[in-house]
Design a protein around this ligand. Structure first.
Ligand code: G3P
Ligand code: CA
Length: 244
C-alpha cells in the first residue's frame, strides 16, 4: 500500500464540520487523496461517523452515543455548530460515508473509536466487514487505540492494512506490531521521540503523526523521516490542496 503524505483529519475539518459527508466532499473538492474518519456504534449497534462520546459539542442535541438509537440521532443538526452554511447536515451513518468515499475514489483511514461503554469486538466486526464490502484493500487503512479492536480486525482479514494508534509510542509497540502486523504506527507529533521513530522505520513500518496544523513547527520532523501527517487542512502544507 502506498501510504499518503497528507490525510485530511475527520475529513477536511478546517473547512466543514468534522466527520460529516460535507467534510468528506470538501476534502475531495480540495484535491485530497486520503481522509481519516472516526467510527463508533450507537446503543442499537448502528455504526456512525463520530468522534466524541456524546453529541453535545457537535450537534444541537445532548446525550451519550451509547444511549442513543438511529432514530434519535437522525433529526440532529450536526452542521450549524460549525457554520450556518452547514445547517441541516445529518450525522453520517458508516454506510453513507463509505459510499461517498468510494464514489469519490478517496483512500480512507477508518479509526475504530472506542469511547467508554462500547464493545471493541462488536465495533471491529461491523465496521471492518462493511468497509471491506465497499473499499479495495489499497484504499483502506484501519486504526485504533484499542488493541482488542485491532485484534478482531486482523482476525477478520489477514490482508487488511492496520495502523497502531498511540499518544506517545510505548515500549510495547514492537510486541503489538509482532502480533498485529500493521503497516504503520500513528502517534501524537508533540510526543514524538526520534529514537522510536528510527526503530519503527527500521522495522519497515511507516510513521504517521497527528494532528499537525502548524507546518513550521513540524518541519524538522520531515527531515527526520516522518512519512505522513493527519491534518485538518492539507492546504496548510501544500498549495495543491488549497481551497479556491
Ligand atoms: O487517527 C489520528 C487521530 O485522529 C487520533 O486522535 O482524537 O483526533 O481521534 P483523535
Ligand atoms: Ca480520529
Amino acid at each position: 500500500m502506498q501510504l499518503p503524505r497528507y490525510i485530511a483529519h475527520r475529513g477536511l475539518s478546517k473547512h466543514a464540520p468534522e466527520n460529516t459527508l460535507a467534510a468528506i466532499q470538501a476534502a475531495a473538492d480540495a484535491g485530497c487523496e486520503w481522509i481519516e474518519l472516526d467510527v463508533q456504534c450507537l446503543g442499537d449497534g448502528t455504526p456512525v461517523i463520530w468522534h466524541d462520546e456524546s453529541v453535545d459539542r457537535c450537534s444541537d442535541g445532548k446525550g451519550a452515543l451509547v444511549d442513543m438509537t438511529r432514530d434519535q440521532i437522525r433529526p440532529l443538526d450536526v452542521g450549524s455548530w460549525f457554520s450556518s452554511e452547514f445547517r441541516g447536515e445529518r450525522m453520517a451513518l458508516l454506510d453513507e460515508a463509505l459510499s461517498l468515499v468510494s464514489a469519490l475514489e478517496l483512500g480512507l483511514n477508518l479509526e475504530l473509536k472506542l469511547n467508554p461503554g462500547h464493545d471493541p469486538v462488536e465495533l471491529a466486526n461491523i465496521a471492518v466487514h462493511r468497509a471491506r464490502q465497499v473499499l479495495p484493500l489499497d484504499r483502506l487503512l484501519v486504526s485504533s487505540f484499542d488493541m482488542t479492536a485491532l485484534e478482531s480486525a486482523r482476525a477478520q482479514d489477514e490482508e487488511l492494512a492496520l495502523g497502531l494508534l498511540y499518544e506517545a509510542v510505548p515500549r510495547r509497540w514492537a510486541s503489538d506490531a509482532e502480533r498485529l502486523r500493521p503497516v504503520s504506527i500513528h502517534a501524537d507529533w508533540t510526543q514524538l521521540d526520534q529514537e522510536r521513530l528510527i526503530e519503527i522505520q527500521r522495522a519497515g513500518l511507516a510513521m504517521l503523526c497527528y494532528t499537525v496544523n502548524d507546518p513550521e513547527r513540524f518541519a524538522s520532523w520531515w527531515d527526520h523521516g516522518v512519512n505522513g501527517v493527519f491534518t485538518d487542512d492539507p492546504g496548510l502544507f501544500d498549495p495543491r490542496y488549497q481551497r479556491q
